[in-house]
Design a protein. Structure first.
Lengths: 126, 417
């Protein structure tokens, strides 16, 4: 079973961490990720830039509207996600717990993946 | 989980909005600051025990407001003090409060707080010190150290600035469209000043942290006002400049010019964010000075090697900036691009008329010296470099020009020998 573990946090807070704190967090996270990769459970993961750099395309009656900013103005924003391959939900939640222990005050949404298209670009084409 | 790193970051992140709201309630900077300070102390006690509140900013505003009202009452020897445990009621009080907090008002709170710091009567250094103290929450000691003055002197500087603001009476009502636009302009200029204070000092200096702080303020402003192209431009400009921080000075602290920088040291993440913001801003078709400068910085950032730099486009962008914001400094910058496109003679022609207005400007003589040197007019170049050194603000600036001079001397020695 494949799950996406979506990380939500208040980006104001995340971007207010000192460089040292942020680096320390990423190092702790690397350790967990390394272990998960070795166990064959962790697929791709990514961290997003702040929502201020986001643009939203919203369906309207005519041409879709292009709006500055994220989809929703919420207290917590989607900051990145992990893709994991696990036997069941419990295992996915365990991984989210492990990631959470390494990270700082995040909330995780664990959500099954319906369709997964791997990166099909050839290396030369990138 | 309420670890220390998260708590500190949460308090820092909440500060502009919380103090902004408290200033609206109390219409006084000192009261607002004290109230926030008080709320932070209570948060440090309460959060680890009770868990962090759902909305830390709202929590801090409410607790701060109550604490300040308490101390007013205490001073007036009115009504009995509410028990300390009253704070535990917050879970109930918080929900309706959050709903009541009008998002627009919140936005204007932050904008007003920033605007207060850049009051035109305040000299530039006071604006910067005040913004760093009040909005960013840097300690007086940190700011004093960065400006190389004593703590007492900085304390006085900030107190004086506050007194001046108190007299100036900033409007607390929600601003109209024109007033809001004026506030944007003033605030953007102030944030860029904070940035430049750090940028010119270089990576090793105590002032270097100002760059990150200015970027944080700009991101905050942009998150509150998502559709302002000039705020996008300002944020992008600072991100793209700051991305080069690690490459701008060598191990001896000497300036490394753009052409000579190790571009692998540029911060790819900051560049990606900056470029994305430039693209977003362009879609608005409302060019402004920050957007143009960001577009110029973006052309540098996009060049993997210095030879790939699109100088003709940079020249065109500077021409646009000259129209929007005519200034001899802009023309001087344009001349550097012109030098690359049309050669040093054309560039020198362009800057000669600026001499009288830029006679006290370090970069004018540095750039002029470089053009003269390229034209083989060594003696004049030497004089220009000498003038530049006399006007240098930092040791790194002076050292950089001195290297040019040394090169000139070596070359002429080689020719004569």
């Amino acid at each position: 079973m494949q799950y996406a573990i979506l990380c939500y946090n208040e980006e104001d807070v995340v971007w207010s961490m000192t460089k040292e704190e942020d680096e320390a967090m990423m190092t702790r996270l690397d350790v967990v990720q390394e272990r998960l990769i070795k166990s064959g459970k962790l697929g791709p993961s990514l961290r997003l830039l702040p929502t201020t750099s986001a643009t939203t395309l919203r369906k309207s009656s005519g041409e879709p509207l292009v709006i500055d900013g994220p989809f929703a103005e919420t207290k917590e924003q989607l900051l990145g996600f992990f893709v994991v391959e696990v036997a069941n939900l419990d295992e996915a939640l365990d991984i989210a717990r492990e990631l959470g222990a390494a990270k700082t005050g995040s909330t995780y949404e664990v959500r099954p993946i319906a369709l997964y298209n791997p990166d099909k670009r050839s290396v030369a084409g990138t | 989980m309420t670890d220390t790193a998260w708590m500190n970051a949460a308090l820092t992140a909440a500060r502009p909005q919380a103090i902004g709201a408290l200033v609206r309630y109390f219409r006084d900077l000192d009261t607002a600051e004290e109230a926030f300070q008080d709320a932070c102390l209570r948060a440090l006690k309460s959060w680890p025990q009770n868990g962090p509140p759902r909305d830390p900013t709202a929590w801090l505003i409410l607790v701060g407001r109550n604490a300040a009202l308490d101390s007013v009452r205490r001073r007036n020897r009115h009504a009995p003090l509410p028990p300390d445990g009253a704070i535990s009621d917050l879970d109930d009080v918080e929900a309706p409060l959050v709903e009541r907090l009008d998002e627009t008002q919140f936005r204007d709170d932050v904008l007003r707080l920033l605007f207060v710091c850049c009051h035109p009567e305040l000299p530039v250094t006071q604006q910067i010190a005040l913004a760093l103290r009040i909005v960013s929450g840097l300690s007086v000691q940190q700011i004093a150290r960065a400006f190389l003055v004593s703590e007492t002197a900085m304390e006085q500087r900030i107190t004086r600035a506050k007194a001046r603001i108190a007299k100036a009476r900033v409007a607390f009502e929600a601003p109209g469209a024109v007033e809001r636009a004026e506030r944007f302009t003033a605030v953007a200029a102030m944030i860029y000043l904070v940035f430049n204070e750090g940028f010119s000092a270089g990576d090793g200096s105590a002032r270097a942290q100002f760059c990150g702080e200015a970027i944080r303020l700009a991101r905050l402003l942009l998150r509150l006002f998502q559709t302002e192209p000039e705020i996008m431009g300002l944020t992008a400009l600072m991100l793209l400049q700051h991305a080069r921080a690690a490459a701008r000075f060598d191990t001896d602290g000497e300036i490394v010019l753009l052409d000579d920088q190790d571009r692998s040291l540029w911060d790819g993440k900051l560049i990606a964010e900056g470029l994305a913001l430039v693209d977003k801003a362009m879609r608005h078709h409302a060019p402004g000075p920050y957007q143009i400068q960001a577009a110029i910085a973006a052309l540098h950032a996009r060049a993997v090697r210095p030879e790939e730099t699109d100088w003709a486009q940079i020249d065109a962008l500077y021409a646009g900036l000259e129209q929007l914001q005519p200034s001899p400094v802009v023309t001087l910058n344009r001349a550097v691009a012109v030098g690359r496109v049309r050669g040093p003679a054309a560039a020198l022609d362009m800057i000669e008329p600026l001499g009288s207005r830029l006679s006290g400007y370090f970069h004018f003589f540095g750039v002029r010296g470089a053009f003269l040197q390229q034209l083989g007019r060594d003696e004049e170049a030497r004089i220009a470099f000498g003038q530049a050194i006399a006007l240098a603000h930092t040791a790194a600036e002076a050292a950089h020009i001195r290297r040019h001079l040394d090169r000139l001397t070596q070359e002429s020695a080689a020719v004569s020998g």
